[in-house]
Design a protein around this ligand. Sequence first.
Ligand code: PLP
Length: 386
Amino acid sequence: MDIANMKKCFEGLRTPFYYYDTVLLARTLDAIRHETDRYEGFHLHYAVKACANPKVLRQIQQAGFGADCVSGGEIRTCLENGFPAGEIVFAGVGKADWEIELALEAGIQYFNVESIPELEVIAEIAQRMGKVANVSFRINPDVGAHTHAHITTGLAENKFGIAKEDMVRVIRIAKQMPSVRFVGLHFHIGSQILRMDDFEALCYRINEMQDELEAEGITDVRNINVGGGLGIDYENPDEHPVPNFKAYFETYARHLKLRPGQRLHFELGRAVVAQCGSLIARCLYVKQTATKQFVIIDAGMTDLIRPALYGAYHCIQNLSSTAPAQTYDVVGPICESSDVFAKDCQLPETKRGDLIAIRSAGAYGETMASRYNCRELPRSYTTEEI
Ligand SMILES: *Cc1c(COP(=O)(O)O)cnc(C)c1O
């Protein structure tokens, strides 16, 4: 992002808002396409929960990617923004009946099923509707990931998925259900993962499971879906605007033993959209207390909750000042002590009215916004719109 340039473009706009750099998004999508095209059967379903902004969704759809949804609302949003139903997969531990009906009605590609009770409900609803539901089972691989404890999902203690000891049993149950078609296996070990050996561990675990299934005579696993989780560089967004997709896809190509004709599905979210989004805010006040200097901005945890929720780091820049740096806590206006974007952060001397950019906010930013304190939801602009 060319900071000096952007200040002029942002000047007349009401803050706070999300700015999506669609040029960078296009570069990112190209990079993914370039890597997946190198391998047979690799396909990306973008994880919509990372960013469901319609302008962003349309660009991802037009680049030819499918969608990974975790709610009926996300399925609706995807259908409204051009995704063919046959390119949508549906995961989540708690699918409601109406969401299952919506998915069957639309004719999505497959459900990622997370428990036997859920399988039974899907089978029953499909039967009642005279449909056959494609199901893939989310198996908990019991593989850890070196990331924040709140965003590991593939350990036995996490709520997600079916225990790997139960895998053969649930597949056998599904195969006896006339309104269900077994189509594959699904995994997702967590998010913001930067160590390729975590994904490598998942590959080895899947290889073991595939061997086990073959030994049991189950040889029709059409899709292997390895979820998402690739991390991004929050510290240096300008040095690493595009994540290392080469290393990521190569890890799977090298270590996962796909069977002939098997398709490998990925569900990246954060790595696709995080770097193209910034939350743009304005400094309302600079407040000096006995021990601290606060920059109080007009964006809060209602616009971007990651720092408050996970203690997440975001690079913060003052777009309006080039004065020597001072030390500030950057905070929002919300009535919560956790409404802090950064503590003891170095910023050029900041004044009321300065434009502040919170970088790498494209993923789990706008989608997690709330109306707490009766605030308006943040607006958004793309490169074409400013
Ligand atoms: C959240 C989620 C993803 C995307 O995770 P990222 O870390 O954003 O890539 C993929 N698959 C499932 C099932 C998810 O819940």
